[in-house]
Design a protein around this ligand. Structure first.
Ligand code: ADP
Length: 535
């Protein structure tokens, strides 16, 4: 290894041809990379669609995750290969940008790689393939724009939004309750959406879960849910028009910060001390009452004596509330977090329409619902389910549904699902291929074939004959000049995805095609792989 400097004086390292490095060049490099990318896509292929399989992943510490979500599966897999990591990254980018379609994007990329491999074998230069793919992706994206439908929605017309969210949920474990979950997701997004700016801040939607009950018990709460209960069982369980003091100071007499020793040698001295302590508590409660608080939420605990006094003075309290929740409560109720009793003022109290404690099943579990808060539109989706795995998977599925609803608010165009949009693009791309005189036309045609891998995988996963089903649907699309025909995965009896109400967002589908093309182009352009050899 040697250190050298370039024209601008920046240092760089020259790697010698060392035996300690593994090196793959040219076609070998491309083939090795393609095969790594393909193997990742193969894993996800069986998970695509409403009849897709789920994967069970075990983490090193024994935690088990069952999921159908592409991004989650890849995230949990411990991949070593750098190209495989690119595919993981691809699925993650789709998740960040769109939130749904994370399986589809990887399957598409895998199929593009597979087609590229064939072209490479026929002697076509990787750059020509990359350029052909780029042209084809542009044609496909334009075609999507052409076949997209716009729909109007409003506070009262929620149906299209709900239907689109249902399509997303139909491929997940939770599809038993897809209708109710889709409704919850849409209502949650609309509750926090800024329809004028066409934007949704998903941070305002908190997704909480608790083991127990049924998936059907999942509910949307217009407020916050805190996993805490009233500090004393005899305190009221419901407070209307609550004025909440949010305290980070403990309900206890101040402790001197230096070392100290108190000598108590007579009963009188003990009595005085006790009285003094009681007076402290009494003053603290009085201070809260004076400013008009009807509920105190404390970051710290307090002892039984203080608890009893609070109950006695009719001031309900919640103790040991975590910092994050405390902040959330303060933001939502428009209150201030108060660090000292002396600083309490009526303006610093948070306000909520109703605060109630709810018990679950036969367990001792109780939770605090803070609803109709003064300041914020924050909502909580509270998931119930048989076990932790179901709850976690429901959280991920709800996340996808929320993202889809948000995307529709940003852009209300949809395309039809079930592979129909891909087939339509494939037809458009193949028709366009003939117009290109160069070698690129082979790549463009190959892109068309790759697009068909999505309907093919959907058919395969539903137990249908992939090639027969696809060719039948494709010829139907061409014959009727109708881009709504797709794969009838659920055996409903019609191929028309419009009738089946299988929708996907236009921006999601476009993003899938663009991202997959980008990554495949990147992989094709690598012709030298230098990696440290294994010792
Ligand atoms: P992703 O993670 O990519 O969203 P999914 O496993 O959710 O993958 O599968 C989505 C695919 O399943 C889409 O192509 C969608 O059009 C299709 N799909 C969903 N519901 C249906 C249905 N009822 N009939 C046919 N295809 C469907």
């Amino acid at each position: 290894m040697a250190l050298a400097f370039d024209d601008y004086g920046r240092p760089y390292i020259i790697l010698k041809e060392q035996e300690s490095k593994n090196r793959l060049r040219g076609l070998d490099a491309q083939k090795a990379n393609i095969s790594a990318g393909k193997s990742v896509a193969r894993i996800l292929r069986t998970s695509l669609g409403p009849k897709g399989m789920d994967k069970m992943l075990q983490s090193p510490d024994g935690d088990v995750i069952i999921s159908n979500d592409g991004a989650t599966i890849l995230e949990q897999m411990d991949v070593d290969n750098q190209i495989a990591k690119l595919m993981v990254e691809l699925s993650r980018s789709q998740d960040y940008e769109i939130g749904d379609g994370t399986t589809g994007v990887v399957v598409l990329a895998g199929s593009l790689l597979e087609q590229a491999e064939r072209l490479l074998e026929r002697g076509i230069h990787p750059i020509r393939i990359a350029e052909g793919y780029e042209m084809a992706s542009r044609i496909a994206v334009e075609n999507l724009e052409r076949i997209a439908n716009k729909f109007e929605f409003g506070e009262t017309i929620l149906e299209p939004l709900i239907q689109t969210c249902m399509t997303t949920l139909s491929s997940k474990i939770v599809n038993r309750c897809k209708r109710s979950l889709a409704e919850i997701a849409v209502k949650a997004v609309l509750a926090v959406a800024d329809l004028e700016r066409k934007d949704v801040n998903l941070d305002l939607i908190k997704v909480e879960g608790k083991v127990g009950g049924k998936l059907e018990d999942t509910e949307l709460i217009y407020g916050i849910v805190v996993d805490k209960d009233m500090s004393h069982p005899q305190m009221p369980k419901q407070i209307e028009d609550a004025k909440i003091a949010i305290l980070t100071c403990p309900f206890e007499p101040p402790k001197p910060k230096t070392k100290h020793k108190v000598d108590i040698d007579t009963v009188e001295k003990f009595q005085t001390l006790r009285k003094q302590e009681q007076k402290y508590f009494d003053d603290m409660v009085q201070q809260c009452k004076d400013v008009g608080a009807t509920l105190v939420i404390c970051q710290w605990g307090f002892d039984d004596e203080a608890n009893h006094l609070l109950m006695h003075r009719n001031l309900p309290a919640v103790r040991w509330v975590g910092g994050v929740e405390l902040e959330l409560i303060a933001i939502a109720t428009g209150g201030r977090i108060v660090p000292r009793f002396q600083e309490l003022t009526p303006e610093k109290l948070g306000k909520a329409g109703i605060v109630r404690e709810k018990a679950f099943g036969t367990t001792k579990d109780r939770m605090l619902y803070i609803e109709h808060c003064a300041n914020s539109r924050a909502v909580t989706i509270f998931i119930r389910g048989g076990n932790k795995m179901i709850i976690e998977e429901t959280k991920r599925s709800i996340h996808d549904a929320l993202c889809v609803a948000r995307n529709l608010i940003r852009n209300n165009s949809i395309v039809y699902g079930g592979g129909s949009a891909e087939i339509s693009c494939s037809i458009a791309v193949e028709a366009a291929a003939d117009r290109y005189p160069g070698v690129e036309q082979y790549a463009i045609r190959a892109f068309g074939d790759a697009l068909e891998s999505i309907p093919m995988a959907l058919a395969e996963n539903s137990g249908l004959q992939p090639i027969e089903t696809l060719s039948a649907v494709k010829s139907q699309q061409i014959k009727d000049n109708n881009p709504h025909f797709g794969i009838d995965c659920n055996d409903v009896g019609t191929n028309d995805m419009r009738e089946q109400n299988v929708f996907e967002t236009l921006i999601g589908k476009q993003q899938q095609i663009l991202l997959a093309t980008q990554v495949v182009k990147m992989i094709l352009k690598i012709d030298d792989v230098i990696s440290p050899s294994e010792y």
